[in-house]
Write a protein that binds this ligand. Structure first.
Ligand SMILES: O=C(O)C(=O)C[C@]1(C(=O)O)C=C[C@@H](O)C=C1
Length: 308
């Protein structure tokens, strides 16, 4: 049985994602995303499940930076999890008594309207996870009056649900990924995604356009692009790319190797089946047989073949 690390404690959205991705796996709760990924890096776990992006909040910075700077890992699967938040408090607490709320920063961002409307003036303090906040609230000595998190966390830590479905939108989704130590890639399925991080060798006009062109000229559709600061001063950035398709496919492999060539420092993060199973749209002239035929033609030309 495989052992998977995740952002704990019990009751986080991350745990719900892990249960869906790998119901049979043994679960290892960790204090934060880095600790979950380190558990894979040091062999304590066979893999990990971590949040990567949210449909309202965008990329989860901690995860993106770990993938860029930490010891390399491979993304092998993804899951889209609808997230619904509840306001949780110790039994007996009333809405008007809430002055200090504890929750994960991503949950805070997704519930801003509710907080401003229903508990104006409340101070929101950030926790390492939603369930971690609920666990803290359960302690009668806690300096916080309420937590925002999944309803299940309220059940686990014996809290009262003062309000349910308090997100600013009711269609918010978080994308979680399962990572493994570097090794074999999942087989192509025809509905795949590939992820990578590009650092720029030299900053110059059009550098980003050059990178984007590697995808565009081969008909590869990007599904996410995100810039993150390198930490080397204002204006210094690196880029996360997700694209449709699998590195085993000619047009995707060529786009990624082109990106490697021009960026000078590319970290491939993996090719894996898309959670929504949407098949890759392949533009005319960019399927594998088209690339094979063109390579054959080029070989014949180089060998001096006569053209018709
Ligand atoms: O704290 C949790 O429950 C998590 O699983 C983390 C996390 C996140 O990092 O975005 C996951 C989903 C929600 O968007 C809020 C928090």
């Amino acid at each position: 049985m495989s052992k998977l690390a995740y952002l704990g404690p019990e009751g986080t959205f991350c745990e719900a994602a892990l249960r869906e991705l790998a119901p049979e796996a043994e679960r290892l709760p960790c204090a934060n995303v880095r600790a979950a990924l380190d558990a894979v890096r040091n062999g304590e776990a066979d893999g990990a499940v971590v949040p990567l992006e949210n449909s309202l909040e965008g990329g989860i910075a901690q995860t993106l930076d770990e993938f860029a700077w930490g010891k390399p890992l491979l993304i092998v699967a993804e899951l889209l999890l609808p997230v619904e938040f509840s306001l949780l408090a110790r039994p007996g607490t009333e809405m008007r008594q809430i002055k200090r709320i504890f929750t994960h920063p991503a949950a805070h961002t997704q519930c801003r309207d509710f907080i401003d409307r229903e508990i104006p003036g409340a101070v929101v303090v950030h926790a390492s996870s939603t369930a971690g906040a609920a666990q803290e609230i359960a302690n009668p000595e806690s300096p916080y009056d309420a937590a925002i998190g999944p309803a299940i966390a309220g059940e686990i830590y014996d809290l009262t649900e003062l309000a349910s479905d308090i997100g600013d939108r009711n269609d918010t989704v978080t994308r979680f990924v399962r990572v493994a130590p570097p090794g074999e890639l999942p087989e192509p399925t025809g509905a795949d995604r590939s992820s990578m991080v590009a650092f720029l060798r030299d900053d110059h006009a059009g550098a980003l356009l050059e990178m984007l062109s590697e995808f565009s000229v081969r008909g590869v559709n990007l599904t996410r692009i995100e810039s993150r600061p390198t930490g080397d001063g204002i204006g210094s950035y690196f880029f996360h790319f997700d694209c449709e398709g699998h590195i085993a496919e000619a047009r995707v492999g060529e786009a990624i190797s082109g990106l490697h060539r021009i960026s000078g420092d590319l970290r491939f993060l993996g090719s894996y089946p898309r959670a929504d199973k949407v098949p890759t749209q392949i533009k005319r002239g960019t399927a594998d047989p088209d690339f094979a035929e063109a390579a054959g033609w080029l070989g014949r030309m180089r060998a001096g073949a006569v053209q018709r």
